[in-house]
Design a protein around this ligand. Structure first.
Ligand code: NA7
Length: 534
């Protein structure tokens, strides 16, 4: 067994948040160790290497802002970067700032226990290493615990089963194969549109039809990049002052003040942008006004119908059971056209549910589908799964997984009462766990955490944690805003409805990145009022 070591801080995860957290704390002179189960940096962009994986955020908004040199030297290739481009970017960042020397790869933290006597976290890993640290910072990403539904007969299937978030580095040979995809969320859509032409036959098992918007994804040349670079200083500020952490914000106008023609014209303009603008850069009423939401939903439904040759197929693909934008809206490229192909079938598993996997494929209530490969695009235990997936114990040995099996609680997604000096990024009740251009929110949280630790150091204090009253008031505020929206009425990972037995509560803070950022700044300005500092 390797020797125990004492460090200032342990960070779990070497993705977007973890790399920057390491950079910040090291700049502050702390001795930091980072652990990651993967063999390389990247986090989400290391694991999700399935065909067609790509972000739905604009490349020039999906980046770090802390280094002018980095901004100057990195050349984004496409408007929406692919998994491989973001992975290259994060590797470049790790090299550029010499981050790897503090990162231990291929190592999973399996326990972290708070030791009241020494005021330290005792961290142990699956390689047998133990480390003591004053601060523990989880940078796990909101979507890092893949969900594998317990289909009966899973182990009897003689072909290959692969979850999109555990796609092998060496790839999966799909050419000429009979492939089944379960799931039509953002991931399933990217996989389906990408592999449809390559496989011999594709069977899509769809439980819920999804709205999706066309992605306009040109490649960038030097002129495009120069024009974007000129806007970087403005964008750097704008992303922190909008609802969703992008440079453009929700429409300031009230939708009701416009005529139906003006609204339609606006929707057409937003749709034509080929981005998420129709959702998080359009009418704010999409989130809380049923009539406006239905108008936008119908606008999108019309466009989906128009792209599908067979009207019966179109009706299966048009969502009618929930409003536009109450679940994550994916971007797509020729996704709906994939269903016009002769080699693609769509199975409505709401009508005829999957009964089991068999040796030869998948059996639904009325048919058996022979398959060589089954792709599970079935999502994640979002927000909480990364944190409850290992043994975190706070004061008095209380286990976070036990507590959260009763009720999920955090203070602004940054700290949890009863867990001193534990800091979380992308945990529930912050925008970072759902309604945000992830790098914006993660950098904002990382900065807050680094500043908080610097404050403790300056003040000669050892521990910080939120008071129970502070935590309750944030949760009440979060719940109150959530109840004003249409989102909790729709089942999705946003509310925990995709995981059996999980508490149903909106995970992402819906008050906006701007309002959340301001609340974090206020805390700092007021010397962390509402937190117990010892
Ligand atoms: P999502 O959005 O949670 O989608 C998962 C999909 O898998 C969705 O279509 C589910 O149907 C389907 N699913 C899940 N469990 C089952 C079972 N048991 N049977 C049949 N179908 C099932 O995950 P994604 O990976 O697509 O996206 C996650 C986020 O990653 C996304 O929001 C982006 O932010 C990036 P359902 O809709 O629940 O009926």
């Amino acid at each position: 067994m390797a020797e125990s070591q004492r460090v200032d801080a342990v960070i779990i995860g070497a993705g977007v948040a973890g790399l920057y957290q390491l950079y910040r704390l090291r700049e502050q002179g702390l001795h930091v160790r980072v652990f990651d189960a993967a063999s390389e940096v990247g986090g989400t962009w290391y694991w999700n290497r399935y065909p067609g994986a790509r972000t739905d955020s604009l490349s020039h908004e999906y980046q770090y802002w802390f280094s002018d040199e980095l901004l100057d030297e990195w050349n984004w290739q496409e408007r929406f970067p692919s998994q491989s481009e973001i992975e290259r970017y994060l590797n470049h960042v790790a090299d550029r700032f010499d981050l790897r020397r503090d990162i231990t790869f291929n190592t999973r933290v399996d326990a972290a226990h708070w030791d009241e006597a020494t005021g330290q976290w005792k961290i142990s890993t699956d390689t047998g290493e133990t480390v003591a640290a004053r601060f523990l910072i989880t940078c796990l990403g909101p979507l890092s615990a893949p969900l594998v539904p317990p289909f009966e007969g899973h182990e009897t299937f003689t072909g290959e089963i692969v979850h999109t978030a555990r796609w092998p580095r060496e790839g999966v040979d799909l050419a000429g194969k009979r492939v089944g995809v379960i799931g039509t969320g953002a991931t399933g859509i990217q996989v389906i549109q990408t592999i449809a032409a390559e496989v011999e036959h594709l069977t899509v098992f769809q439980r819920t039809a999804n709205y999706a918007l066309p992605m306009h994804n040109p490649t960038y040349d030097d002129n495009d990049r120069a024009a974007l670079r000129a806007r970087y200083p403005a964008i750097r500020s704008q992303v922190h002052h909008t609802f969703a952490g992008f440079s453009e914000d929700l429409d300031e106008r009230d939708a009701a003040d416009l005529s139906p023609e003006e609204r339609r014209h606006t929707l057409e303009r937003l749709y034509e942008d080929g981005s998420l603008k129709l959702w998080i850069g359009g009418f704010k009423e999409v989130f809380f006004d049923e009539a406006i939401n239905e108008e936008i939903s119908e606008f999108v439904r019309e466009r989906i119908r128009a792209r599908i040759d067979d009207p019966a197929m179109a009706e299966k693909l048009v969502p009618t059971d929930h409003g536009f934008g109450t679940r994550r809206v994916p971007l797509e490229t020729n996704y709906f056209e994939a269903y016009n192909r002769d080699n693609v079938d769509l199975v409505d598993i709401k009508a005829a549910p999957i009964e089991c996997f068999t040796e030869a494929g998948i059996r639904t209530a009325d048919t058996e589908y022979p398959l060589d490969v089954i792709i599970l695009a079935t999502g994640f235990d979002a927000g909480t799964g990364g944190l409850t997936g290992f043994d975190i114990r706070g004061r008095d040995g209380v286990a976070l997984a036990d507590q959260w099996s009763q009720e999920i609680r955090t203070t602004m997604g940054l700290q949890i009462h009863g867990y001193p000096n534990l800091f979380t990024t992308s945990a529930p009740f912050a925008p970072a766990s759902a309604f945000c251009n992830a790098p914006t929110c993660l950098q904002q949280q990382v900065d807050w955490i680094a500043d908080c630790i610097a404050y403790l150091e300056r003040q000669g204090r050892r521990t910080i944690e939120p008071t129970p009253e502070m935590e309750q008031s944030w949760i009440d505020h979060h719940d109150e805003l959530a109840a004003m929206t249409l989102i909790p009425r729709t089942k999705s990972w946003y509310t925990g409805a995709n995981v059996a037995g999980k508490q149903q509560r909106l995970l992402g803070y819906i008050g906006g990145v701007n309002a959340y950022g301001q609340a974090c700044e206020d805390l700092k300005a007021k010397g962390y009022e509402g937190f117990a500092i010892a």
